[in-house]
Design a binder for this molecule. Structure first.
Ligand SMILES: NC(=O)C1=CN([C@@H]2O[C@H](COP(=O)(O)OP(=O)(O)OC[C@H]3O[C@@H](n4cnc5c(N)ncnc54)[C@H](O)[C@@H]3O)[C@@H](O)[C@H]2O)C=CC1
Ligand SMILES: NCC(=O)COP(=O)(O)O
Length: 341
């Protein structure tokens, strides 16, 4: 028997950012309902505002709870679940605020509850603003740490940044650059490498090759420009290489970070384990800003989002590109389908 389409919940993201207009444009321009049973969760006024900004009108069918989404008769029509999280008078487009952050947290938590309860198979969230979320009470460095705590994750987790067949994982993420070196450890490098290896296999890569990036310029130039490669990264790669894996020689490195993306771009590697946020994200965003997707790796439920952020400078102007959100949606639908029992 053919499996029913996965239920994917879309959120509108930060109320002052480009999220609401992106979700409106996504539903108006892309065949989302051929890939998933879609439910939008959020404030009704914000959804209406998003459509006005995008200059589209998207028909939806109201539901009154996440439980109703699999039972509804016409699943070709996106469902809309109203969750009140913020008043229009409290939002100024393009301005960060604690209330915006609280709105995002409330809606994401409701989506996680629905996914854990089995009513939803995957979450795709429109861009949120980490500063607003911290102002609004998030006690973590980013939403991934919030998700992990909420979901009781005890193993290693990190963002995967994906651009088609090129993925990255990270040793450190949303931390000040001056602190990054403290995050480097043999254990974290092994865990981040293993996590992305398993994710690539689960996503259909048959012989994934993974490059581990160096930390210092030119890989530390033999220890004359930093010793992290010699003391931490190379031993981690050696430990990975010494283990038995179901595919041939998956792990390589460490390689100087400024050139390894060229080899990955040429198809030699399918993933790069990066030591810090911008080491991977500058490359990924240059290679394909409008296609980059962040997958929240190491969680028990699929969560994706576009690689770009809230773009306050263009929010409300109807100019934001929807392509990365479309890519994020497609990955959420694929993961939602394959993770379903
Ligand atoms: N998916 C998510 O939830 C993400 C959230 N963020 C958050 O977003 C906030 C702002 O981050 P920034 O570093 O300023 O990055 P940003 O991606 O929001 O903006 C950087 C530049 O790219 C442009 N841009 C971004 N998205 C675009 C789109 N769809 N179409 C056309 N132009 C676009 C913006 O106008 C801006 O000039 C931060 O709080 C950050 O944490 C950042 C990345 C991903
Ligand atoms: N919200 C997803 C996210 O923030 C991913 O983007 P990045 O900040 O890790 O680049």
């Amino acid at each position: 028997m053919q499996k029913a389409l996965p239920v994917v919940v879309l959120t509108l993201g930060d109320p002052a950012g480009i999220g609401p207009e992106l979700i409106a444009r996504l539903l108006a321009q892309h065949p989302v309902s051929t890939l998933a049973n879609v439910v939008i969760a959020g404030d009704r006024w914000l959804w209406e505002q998003g459509q006005r900004i995008a200059q589209v009108s998207v028909p939806t069918a109201d539901i009154d709870s996440f439980e109703a989404v699999r039972q509804r008769p016409n699943q070709q029509l996106p469902a809309f679940l109203s969750i009140q999280s913020i008043e229009p008078s409290n939002v100024t487009i393009g301005q960060v605020s604690a209330l915006n952050g609280q709105s995002v947290l409330k809606i994401l938590d409701a989506c996680m509850d629905a996914t854990l309860a089995g009513h939803v198979d995957a979450i795709c969230f429109a861009p949120l603003n980490k500063q607003a979320m911290k102002m609004g009470g998030m006690k973590h460095e980013d939403e991934l740490h919030h998700f992990a705590e909420y979901l009781g994750v005890t193993g290693y987790f990190c963002e995967f940044n994906t651009l088609g067949n090129l993925w990255t994982s990270r040793i450190s993420s949303h931390v000040p650059l001056k602190d990054v070196a403290q995050y480097l450890s043999k254990e974290r490098i092994e865990q981040a490498s293993e996590l992305i290896y398993k994710a690539l296999l689960a996503s259909g890569f048959e012989q994934p090759k993974i490059a581990i990036a160096a930390f210092n310029p030119h890989g530390g130039d033999g220890g004359s420009c930093g010793r992290e490669e010699i003391d931490i990264i190379a031993p981690a790669v050696a430990a990975l290489q010494a283990k038995n894996w179901p595919t041939e020689a998956p792990f390589h490195g460490p390689f100087p970070a400024d050139t390894i993306f060229l080899k990955a771009q040429a198809g030699e590697y399918q993933a790069i384990v990066t030591m810090y946020h911008d080491q991977g994200q500058i490359a990924i965003k240059l290679l394909g800003f409008s296609r980059g997707v962040t997958v929240q790796g190491g969680l028990p439920i699929p969560i994706t989002t576009p690689a770009h952020g809230t773009a306050y400078d263009i929010a409300g102007k109807g100019r934001a590109s929807v392509e990365a959100t479309w890519q994020a949606f497609q990955i959420a639908a694929r993961m939602g389908q394959s993770w379903r029992p």
